[in-house]
Design a protein around this ligand. Structure first.
Ligand SMILES: NC(=O)c1ccc[n+]([C@@H]2O[C@H](COP(=O)([O-])OP(=O)(O)OC[C@H]3O[C@@H](n4cnc5c(N)ncnc54)[C@H](OP(=O)(O)O)[C@@H]3O)[C@@H](O)[C@H]2O)c1
Length: 158
């Protein structure tokens, strides 16, 4: 069975996107994103795909879309079921955006959450609530711009 993880950068007021793009440019955060996802399959929604200049190198770019999108640089799937079938037992990183996180966070056992230490006005895409179901087990970096935490799904109590 595939192992699903999600990775996201979230402002202090829960924003992840604004007008089709990230609301910030934080090179140190992007380095972590690259390091954590490199070599893996990344799954994203079509709107996040549209926000990128092209496929992210060194990773299989898998796009979810209900329309007949086609591209030489990515694989397009019409449903998450198709993704699960194709994934086999590999590790899959869900990389956004808001619609995809909200729909599929329930599939994830682990989250890499960068808390961006800013309040963003006018954000239009938000990360879903997760702190009731996940606990932070380590911080990979803490600095004046962001904290990067690794969260794992809380064990169910008997
Ligand atoms: N801060 C972060 O970590 C981060 C990460 C990623 C993205 N973002 C931001 O998030 C924003 C985009 O997020 P969004 O919520 O607007 O869009 P999105 O989740 O990137 O994409 C939504 C699209 O995905 C497709 N889709 C959704 N559910 C599907 C399903 N079950 N089956 C098949 N296709 C499905 C549909 O594409 P079709 O319309 O083609 O059918 C839908 O319009 C941008 O601002 C981006 O910069 C932030």
């Amino acid at each position: 069975m595939a192992q699903f993880k999600a990775i996201a950068a979230v402002s202090k007021n829960g924003v992840i996107g604004k007008q089709g793009d990230l609301p910030w440019r934080i090179p140190g955060e992007l380095k972590w994103f690259k390091k954590i996802t490199m070599g893996h399959i990344i799954v994203m929604g079509r709107k996040t795909w549209d926000s990128l200049p092209g496929a992210l190198p060194g990773r299989e770019n898998w796009i979810l879309s209900r329309s007949n999108l086609s591209s030489n640089s990515c694989h397009v799937f019409n449903s998450f079921d198709q993704i699960e079938k194709e994934a086999g037992d590999r590790t899959i990183f869900i990389i956004g955006g808001g619609e995809i996180y909200s729909s599929f966070i329930s599939k994830c056992e682990e989250l890499y959450i960068t808390e961006v230490l800013q309040f963003i006005d006018g954000g239009d895409v938000f990360f879903p609530p997760f702190k009731n179901k996940f606990e932070c087990v380590e911080y990979l970096e803490e600095n004046e711009q962001f904290n990067l935490g690794r969260w794992v799904r809380k064990k169910k109590k008997n």
